[in-house]
Design a binder for this molecule. Structure first.
Ligand code: 6V0
Length: 332
């Protein structure tokens, strides 16, 4: 069995024209955290901001431009008019109604679908070869909506998905074991939200598979402890929103790392929202949810064949059903 399963309808990677351009749609807390993280990482030649509020947009643009003396050289521009996005290599969509305290991600959906009908068509018109990276919530369903509206092959439509949840997961495991989170390989897949699935069976720390290590050492681990760590991941977003009103820094770093893998052809594996049909026993309807995907200049280059336990498979299927349920109410 191949390590990666290819994307069935993949388009070939675009030929690089040397000048890289990212457009960020939505200059709110999340869009600006992404923009500033991208700038500090010397990722692009041109960064474009688009928002519906012209004053706020111009203020954000100027504020970033005024940091030019401390940053790698990047042309920063902004407009409410989508023609400014022309020729983007990557369009990151963060526009949307913000999740308010106590509101489930799924409740945001109808408000955001209407927005996407205004946003996606002009992005496609001005950058027909671009990749779309969706961040607005509920991210899995909105990535599906963006895919439908764009007419793009699925390898060029990606949702930030559980890349952030997995980072929270790695932080909590690392904190528990007192190691560096970068040495923790651990994935959360499925829905970015309450039905996400923690892949305990494939966690390794410094190359050591953690569950089989504990078993071999005859160290009992409490299923409850594992469940609690996963619960903390799920509740993490709600807690940050309750405390500061929104989340921004972690999603900023998470999306900038996706942008790097995509534009610099890193072929790194990230759990992101992809068209899941045909993978891990998910058949039937089209839906997007997070699976470990290899990202490069062509977008999604393949999906990793991780071994899942029967329980993980069942949970992933439940997660898929949760998303499908919401999607069916949309009638798209
Ligand atoms: P925010 O600070 O309210 O920013 C949203 C921005 O979108 C505002 O500046 C609006 O003016 C702008 N906007 C609204 N309509 C349009 C339009 N038609 N065209 C262009 N811009 C428009 O929200 P925040 O930045 O906190 O969150 C943005 C979205 O990201 C929300 O849907 C969040 O739920 C979602 N997040 C997703 C995460 C993930 O992991 N996928 C993580 C955090 C937040």
């Amino acid at each position: 069995q191949a390590f990666f399963k290819p994307i069935p309808d993949a388009s070939p990677p675009s030929t690089s024209k040397g000048n890289t351009k990212i457009s960020v749609i939505g200059a709110g807390n999340v869009g600006m955290a992404i923009a500033q993280t991208i700038l500090t990482q010397d990722l692009v030649d041109e960064l474009v901001l688009v928002d519906a509020k012209p004053d706020k947009l111009r203020g954000e643009m100027l504020d970033l431009q005024h940091a030019a003396a401390f940053l790698p050289r990047t042309k920063i521009s902004a407009s409410t008019d989508y023609s400014i996005t022309a020729g983007s290599d990557l369009c990151i969509v963060t526009a949307g109604a913000r999740q308010i305290a106590g509101e489930s991600r799924l409740n945001l959906l109808q408000r955001n679908v209407a927005l996407f009908q205004k946003i996606v068509p002009p992005l496609v018109q001005y950058s027909p070869d671009t990749k779309l990276l969706i961040v607005s919530n509920p991210v899995d369903v909105l990535t599906y909506v963006a895919w439908k509206l764009s007419g793009f092959p699925s390898n060029r439509v990606i949702g930030s998905g559980t890349n952030l949840d997995s980072s929270r997961f790695r932080f909590l495991i690392a904190d528990h074991l007192d190691v560096n989170a970068q040495d923790v390989q651990a994935y959360i897949v499925g829905e970015h939200g309450d039905s996400s699935v923690a892949l305990w069976s494939s966690i390794s720390v410094g190359g050591v598979p953690i569950l089989s290590f504990l078993k071999n050492q005859q160290i009992a681990y409490e299923k409850e402890t594992l469940e609690n760590i996963h619960k903390e991941v799920i509740e993490g977003a709600y807690e940050v929103i309750r405390l500061k009103g929104y989340t921004s820094w972690a999603i900023g770093y998470s999306v900038a790392s996706l942008a790097r893998s995509l534009l610099r052809d890193q072929q790194r594996i990230h759990p992101v929202s992809v068209l899941a049909k045909g993978f891990y026993g998910i058949d039937g309807d089209d839906l997007f949810l997070s699976l470990p995907a290899r990202l490069g200049r062509g977008g999604v280059m393949g999906i990793t064949n991780v071994h899942l336990t029967t329980e993980e498979m069942r949970r992933l299927q439940d997660s898929a059903n949760t998303i499908l349920q919401v999607q069916s109410e949309l009638g798209i």
